[in-house]
Write a protein that binds this ligand. Structure first.
Ligand code: FAD
Length: 539
């Protein structure tokens, strides 16, 4: 029902969205329309007057809005996924009753205020302060930058230092009505231009203690909890963007004739269409898996959430580029939708945690988990690292445990349909290889792994390839079981193509753990930074 009403509401408005993009704004009347559609209350439970969608339902809706206009998805997403998500996840009952109904109706629109001029990826280094007053309330001062919905939001989730320059962070729910809040002019951006990105300045804003979100000093945990939980919204949006690109490209390839034939008949165009489809399917499988886990009550999913964000954002970026390439010169013209999709999709690699930071998070968290296990077996098996022969047996049992852990239960790999047996075996093979590689890395570098970013990235990318391949195999297995072999030929093709693709990525990443050019790359980069650019001239 919601999808149908979005089709009615957003369909046929392409010209309007192009105007919003050109003018860099969504008119107030359009925001009101979004309110009346209930799009600000998607994830707010019905008892607080929202629609009460599950995480998967929410991802599905953002997927659909993104087919029409990414800026609209961002306005809704910044409100739900991050702006007021903290209240849902960490707020107390009184706070929820006070704000959620107004947030559901859109009477209050929300924004998430973390980033500052000196603090982007290093979120813990923010300078905004909240100082406790004698009556227990707080005085909040500081400047936040690049805040989505910053120009019109009336409700802000704000992060501030609460015990001095080096102290811990605390989260607050702040109303514009408290006074002392000003928004800067709208940023002129590359993409998602119609969404409102502004500075938000807090000048001695008086915040009651009843508006503290969570415990004093636990703000970093709150911020990360919000960002992790919100990733399915971004993932769903990316899937919607890809589906639109595939539709546009398929139609163009069938209609456009060159050399007397539709360009869809040329192998290089076909390859693009097939790869775009496979990337979309893989991302959709992973985002759906994640959303279902969250809906089932899982709490420990931050690594998978980070993997899904990296995969979704980079897949959309590739797919949008390829759609533009298939369109040729037409793709470059403002009159057609391709160039806007390319511009709009670029931001996903930067916000809600840059893909570099997320890769480090995936790699280091995985290593920490493995390292802790190794420490445990180290205690029971003595000094295994100095005794390779004795250590070997212990580490092999560790590898076995890792495999069964990776598949939740070893039996679950049997659920891969016999038609996909080869692909299932490949996943087992790379799981063993990855777990051995992790061991080797930990034995070689120990704690110094923290400084080995290129190596960490390779482990993270291998884990993401493997995990996404498993979600594809799991989904296609279910489809074959439900519909049979004959009706799922395309799905089987997708599974095989994706496995080939991820296998070549995993091979390259894992081989490079043994022999890499990292030192050369790092030294060259140092020279280029020192010389402030490219020093050679031959022309
Ligand atoms: C359109 C838009 C909307 C936004 N909306 C919001 C919002 O609503 N609320 C909000 O709080 N913020 C928002 N942001 C801010 C966004 O989250 C930050 O831009 C992002 O976190 C990156 O920070 P930065 O831009 O300062 O980049 P930096 O942290 O300066 O990073 C620059 C580059 O260095 C890399 N890098 C940094 N540190 C490391 C490291 N340790 N190792 C390896 N590489 C590293 C990064 O990956 C990146 O490639 C928005 C930004 C934009 C552009």
């Amino acid at each position: 029902m919601i999808i149908d009403s979005i089709d009615k509401f957003m369909g046929g408005r392409e010209e309007e969205y192009r105007t919003f993009d050109r003018e860099g704004m969504q008119p107030a009347a359009y925001l009101e329309e979004l309110c009346s559609m209930g799009l600000f209350g998607l994830i707010i439970p019905e008892e607080y007057e929202g629609i009460g969608l599950s995480n998967a339902g929410y991802a599905r809706v953002l997927q659909h809005t993104s087919r029409y206009d990414a800026s609209t998805s961002l306005t809704i997403g910044a409100h739900s996924s991050i702006g007021m998500k903290g209240l849902l996840l960490f707020g107390n009952e009184e706070q929820k009753r006070r704000y959620l109904p107004k947030l559901a109706s859109g009477e209050m629109k929300a924004a998430f205020c973390l980033t500052e001029p000196g603090s982007g990826s290093d979120a813990a280094s923010i300078k905004t302060t909240a100082t406790r007053n004698a009556d227990g309330s707080w005085s909040l001062s500081g400047e936040k930058i690049w805040i989505t919905n910053g120009s019109f939001a009336e409700f802000f989730t704000v992060f501030a230092r609460t015990d001095g320059e080096e102290g811990k962070l605390t989260a607050f729910l702040v109303e514009r009505a408290f006074g002392g809040i000003s928004s800067g002019k709208k940023e002129d951006k590359l993409g998602i231009r119609a969404s409102a990105t502004t500075t938000v300045t807090f000048d001695n804003v008086q915040v009651p203690d009843a508006n503290r979100l969570g415990e004093v000093g636990k703000g970093f945990k709150v911020a990360m909890g919000i960002l992790n939980n919100g990733r399915t919204g971004l993932g769903g949006g990316c899937v919607g963007g890809m589906k639109r690109c595939i539709e546009l490209a398929a139609r163009h390839a069938a209609e456009r004739k060159q050399f007397g034939r539709p360009i869809a008949e040329f192998g290089l165009v076909k390859e693009k269409l097939a790869r775009m489809t496979v990337l979309c399917f893989a991302t959709e499988s992973m985002v759906h898996w994640l959303a279902s886990r969250i809906d089932a009550g899982a709490t420990n999913y931050s690594v998978e959430a980070a993997m899904s964000k990296v995969l979704a954002s980079e897949s959309l970026w590739t797919v949008a580029n390829e759609a533009l390439q298939i369109a040729g010169g037409v793709g470059y013209m403002k009159e057609y939708p391709y160039e806007r999709v390319v511009r709009d999709s670029r931001i996903n690699l930067i916000f809600e945690g840059t893909n570099e930071i997320l890769r480090l998070y995936i790699g280091l968290t995985g290593l920490k988990d493995a390292g802790e296990y190794l420490k445990e077996i180290g205690k029971t098996a003595g000094n295994i690292f100095n005794d390779p022969i004795k250590g070997f047996g212990v580490l092999s049992s560790y590898a076995k445990k890792r495999i069964s852990k990776a598949f939740s239960a070893r039996d679950s790999i049997r659920w891969v349909h016999p038609l996909l047996e080869e692909e299932g075996k490949a996943c087992s093979y790379y799981t063993v290889w990855l777990s051995r590689a992790v061991e080797a890395v930990l034995r070689k570098h120990g704690k110094n792994i923290i400084g080995k970013q290129l190596l960490t990235k390779r482990l993270a990318d291998t884990a993401t390839s493997l995990f996404s391949a498993l979600t594809v195999l799991s989904r296609v297995t279910k489809m074959i079981q439900d519909k049979g072999d004959a009706a799922t030929k395309d799905e089987q093709r997708i599974a095989r193509i994706y496995l080939q693709y991820t296998k070549s990525q995993m091979n390259s990443n894992l081989r490079k753990l043994e022999r890499d050019e990292d030192a050369l790359l790092l030294e060259l980069a140092d020279s280029i930074v020192q010389g402030q650019g490219y020093p050679w001239d031959v022309l």
